[in-house]
Design a protein around this ligand. Structure first.
Ligand code: GLY
Length: 573
């Protein structure tokens, strides 16, 4: 029997009535319980088992950072499509005492990488080189970043072995596949069977499709996690795992070396900050474009009569698409790794600059993207994925997004480790104007260079009110991350939707190029779509736009916003 995913429109519709509590209905079948509301701690992730791993750490005295590290390591096992130790990510931390940190554990280009890495002798981009091969992998940052998150921001009451224990157990003993996990493995069977090591792990031995409840065991991954548990970062970036990684590279004409791995270092950045209707928005700074673009979109949208227009009206979608056109054009020109490119952060966020960017927008017609180029913010000063959100009883919160880029990364497993290679190098601009997996184009700011971090759209975000967390959120989805996060914030803060509804309702997306407005099924009525077409927008349906996992913090407790577009599941206590 094959497993079909139900249309997300059906799932969404079925969930629009009981907004709160018992919402994670499409969560993992094996999950013993889910929480729509909790008072002492909560984790919302793409997998119930990973959320529970985080909550078990909270229950044993750990704080949000300890729980976030445990959740991420568990996701590397239970959600191999995006959870990882072979990729990278960003974590945004807000401490109950008021301190904030933005931890960048994005992958970096190997030292032998160069700007023409993916071009043939004629200077044309070679199809698939930056996505499906050993050359597609950046040097992974997840292990360094997650260990640093635990060491620098953890409670001190939970040691490294405790943080890694749930992941090791899930990998060694195996875990029953949820409906969604089985669906994703089956859907990507074609990709996974092309690599021998991936085929052995991620395809059923008898050649049949996975069924919910089948147990997936990953003993090599358990050993790799065990080495991290015992030796810390050296258990990954040096020794057996590093040697197997480099052997894998040599087998597949990759370029990463032992020196590349040993030299990886996660970094602290200043989070980007903005204000929106009395709330402080804290988000990820370059090398993510996400935080800046989310703040730009909110600032621009605040200039329109949103309540009068109403949610997802033609005027609302028109203004949102026009704003997207302009901010994504800026992304292509101005955003890149801040250690290699001067990103004009204050200029891009300057309200006067944004007002000027929108000055040529008409309420009566769409601006063709060919008529939009990047602006000149002044001055240039000191730019498949999974998101989870964590809160603890003290009021510490972590918003964390990690990625392998495409689902299952390159689809190649480092033989003997169970670790999937990321294909994050595709997030660089292989050649000016040539779109990547997400249709994003870029220029010099995001050109490939040795040791450089590729530009991201990941937008782990925290919304504060009077210094206290109100929302913790983020999303996977490449370029769609930014528009998903911005819309959930607008849904909640402007249209006053409870978080579960703010996450569940259909979303739209636009990004300069391609010159098109995407909408989810049931996202817009026919007359709204007709009006947008009259304004000059080209429309296209897209099954899923982002997969936001959020938490709303209220005085009486934490409310879950797991995304029903995937396996979003909350756990709390
Ligand atoms: N790999 C998707 C992103 O970082 O934006």
């Amino acid at each position: 029997m094959s497993i079909r995913k139900p249309s997300s429109a059906l799932v969404l519709r079925s969930l629009l009535v009981p907004f709160l509590c018992v919402l994670a209905t499409q969560a993992d079948a094996q999950s013993t319980w889910t929480a729509g509301w909790a008072t002492r701690g909560m984790v919302v992730s793409d997998c119930g088992l990973a959320s529970e791993a985080g909550v078990s750490i909270l229950e044993s005295g750990g704080n949000a950072a300890d729980a976030a590290a445990a959740t991420a390591f568990a996701l590397a096992v239970t959600f191999p499509a995006a959870g990882n130790i072979g990729g990278g990510g960003f974590a945004l931390v807000h401490k109950a005492d008021g301190g904030d940190a933005a931890l960048d554990f994005r992958e970096v280009a190997p030292n032998a990488a160069h700007r023409d890495l993916y071009l043939d002798e004629q200077g044309k981009v070679v199809n698939g080189l930056s996505t499906d091969t050993h050359l597609a992998a950046g040097i992974p940052g997840s292990v360094d970043g997650l260990l640093r998150l635990h060491e620098d921001h953890g409670s001190g009451l939970v040691d490294r072995a405790q943080v890694l224990a749930p992941a090791i157990r899930l990998a060694r003993d195996g875990f029953p596949l949820s409906f969604w996990a089985a669906y994703v493995l089956n859907a990507y069977r074609g990709k996974l069977e092309t690599d021998e090591a991936a085929r052995r792990i991620f395809l059923r031995g008898d050649g049949q499709l996975w069924q919910p409840g089948d147990v997936l065991k990953q003993p090599d991954l358990a050993d790799a996690l065990e080495r991290i548990s015992q030796q810390g970062r050296d258990g990954f970036y040096k020794g057996v795992t590093a040697e197997l990684w480099v052997e894998e590279m040599e087998r597949g004409n990759g370029i990463a070396t032992l020196e590349d791995l040993a030299g990886y270092d996660s970094k602290y950045r200043d989070p980007v900050r903005g204000e929106f209707r009395g709330y402080e928005i804290l988000s990820m700074s370059p090398p993510s474009s996400g935080g800046i673009l989310v703040l730009q979109l909110l600032e621009i949208m605040d200039g329109f009569p949103l309540e009068e227009w109403e949610w997802n009206s033609s005027s609302y979608v028109h203004a949102f698409a026009e704003a997207c056109r302009r901010v994504y054009a800026d992304r292509a020109e101005h955003l890149g790794d801040p250690d290699h490119w001067e990103v004009p952060v204050p200029g891009l966020l300057d309200p006067e600059y944004l007002e000027a960017r929108m000055a040529d927008m008409s309420l009566e017609r769409a601006t063709p993207s060919t008529a939009v180029s990047s602006g000149t913010p002044t001055p240039r000063e000191p730019d498949e994925t999974t998101h989870f959100s964590v809160v603890d009883k003290e009021g510490n919160v972590v918003s964390c997004t990690t990625t392998l880029n495409a689902r299952f990364g390159s689809g190649i497993v480092v033989d003997g480790t169970g670790i999937l290679l990321n294909n994050e190098m595709d997030d660089f601009s292989a050649k000016p104007g040539v779109p990547n997996l997400y249709g994003l184009v870029g220029n010099e700011a995001n050109a490939i260079a040795a040791g450089k971090r590729m530009l991201s759209s990941m937008s782990p975000t925290i919304v504060l009110h009077d210094g206290h967390p109100r929302l913790v959120l983020g999303s996977p989805g490449g370029s769609r991350i930014i528009t998903s996060v911005a819309q959930v914030i607008l849904n909640h803060l402007v249209f006053e939707m409870p978080i579960a509804q703010a996450v569940a309702v259909p979303r739209v997306h636009a990004q300069w190029l391609p010159d098109r407005v995407y909408y989810e099924p049931f996202g817009m009525a026919l007359d709204t779509r007709k009006r947008l077409e009259e304004l000059g927008h080209e429309l296209a349906e897209m099954e899923e736009i982002g997969r936001v996992n959020a938490i709303e913090v209220q005085p009486n407790g934490f409310y879950a916003g797991p995304d029903v577009r995937g396996g979003g599941a909350s756990a709390g206590y």
